[in-house]
Design a protein around this ligand. Structure first.
Ligand code: TTP
Ligand code: MG
Length: 356
């Protein structure tokens, strides 16, 4: 039995804009083109949704629905960078991550040992860390497969979590409306309604043959989904390019001494984490990250010229951390340290040998 988590950030672009400009907090906010230039809404906050404003709606129509709507231009580079930060948190729990978009991903945590292996606690921890470190909310669905996990993340949105345990599937699925099934759009839903089908329970009453007759090659999939069965694996193309640990401090670290004192536990944790990942990885660089109290951040990295085991040196990390801090010399909210890795599949034995 697998443990799948689906994470979806809440009103993603809009939340990032409001986070970075808190004066917007209590206003209806849309990210997209302006109404006078035939613009379209990418997304809007929940305040604006209460007026009926939606993604992909023309901005002109949105102002009619919500005259006080505040328009903000999208900043895609920022969303990409936030998305990367969210994935960094995911990777503390699993390498099996399938991104669906910048703000949405499946995680297979079946093998994850954190939180005593409880997918629910892992999902809660991820939500808490995104809130704490990135000041954004994400909703989570926890279930035995991708189909149910995605439905679950939407169930208590925004800022919610919903868990469908394997033993809950039988009771949960019959009342589920067919339009919640990915792939059942307006056309298919209308066709089903004409057949008297509005829920998965209704679908279950049709045989596989009936379903294939009505819905062609999609029929077999409908047969399975309407029973809560979905064996699609979480697909990842991803190879680990770095490994890092970081810590956000309850109180800002005020000076270099406090910072250097905090480095040893981080270093110890990095060693531990490194020993847990595949030993086929070679280290090419070491790096540190410093996030200051005003949320600006800097990273500093250095190439390791010699053999790759050389990265395991606390004094070298302390030196790097001092140099990174010296760039701003301000109180610090977060410290991180890590290593950049070489793809184990591309390890070139000749190159390795030449190092000795
Ligand atoms: P969604 O996750 O669909 O929407 P959302 O995160 O804004 O809101 P929620 O998940 O709380 O319902 O999409 C993620 C981002 O993708 C969204 O913030 C903006 C962008 N997007 C568009 O640009 N156009 C669209 O039509 C949609 C649906 C999303
Ligand atoms: Mg979202």
């Amino acid at each position: 039995m697998r443990k799948i988590i689906h994470i979806d950030a809440d009103s993603f672009y809009a939340s990032v804009e409001i986070r970075d400009n808190p004066s917007l907090r209590h206003l209806p906010v849309a990210v997209g083109g302006s109404p006078d230039k035939r613009g379209v809404i990418a997304t809007c906050n929940y305040n604006a949704r209460a007026f009926g404003v939606r993604s992909a709606m023309s901005s002109a129509k949105a102002v009619l629905l919500c005259p006080d709507l505040v328009f903000v231009r999208p900043r895609f580079e920022v969303y990409r960078s936030v998305s990367k930060d969210i994935h960094t948190i995911f990777r503390d729990y699993t390498d099996l991550i399938e991104p669906l978009s910048l703000d949405e991903a499946y995680l297979d945590v079946s093998e994850c040992k954190a939180c005593k292996g409880s997918a629910t606690l892992i999902a809660e921890e991820i939500r808490a860390r995104v809130r704490q470190d990135l000041r954004l909310t994400v909703s989570a669905g926890v279930a035995p497969n991708k189909f149910l996990a995605k439905i679950a993340s939407d169930w208590n949105k925004p800022d919610g979590i919903f868990v469908i345990r394997p033993q809950d599937v039988k009771d949960f699925i019959p009342q589920l409306p067919v339009r919640k099934i990915n792939g059942v759009g307006k056309v298919t839903a209308a066709k089903m309604e004409a057949l008297g089908i509005t829920t998965c329970g209704d679908l279950q009453r049709l045989s596989k043959d009936d379903l294939e007759r009505h819905f062609g090659s999609y029929g077999e999939r409908l047969y399975n989904l309407s029973r809560g069965v979905d064996n699609r694996p979480v697909q990842t193309e991803w190879v680990r390019k770095s490994l890092s640990v970081e810590h956000t401090y309850d109180h800002d670290l005020q000076n270099l001494d406090a910072i250097l004192d905090s480095c040893e536990p981080l270093f110890e944790e990095l060693l531990e984490r490194f020993n847990r990942i595949s030993d086929a990885y070679l280290v090419s660089k070491r790096f540190v990250k410093v996030k200051f109290a005003d949320f600006t951040q800097t990273t500093l990295e250095e190439l390791l010229p010699g053999y790759s085991g050389q990265w395991r040196s606390l004094p070298d990390y302390l030196r790097l951390m001092s140099a990174a801090w010296a760039r701003q010399k301000k109180p610090v909210r977060l410290l991180g340290m890590g290593v950049r890795l070489r793809d184990p599949k591309n390890n070139n034995l000749g190159e390795q040998l030449s190092l000795f």
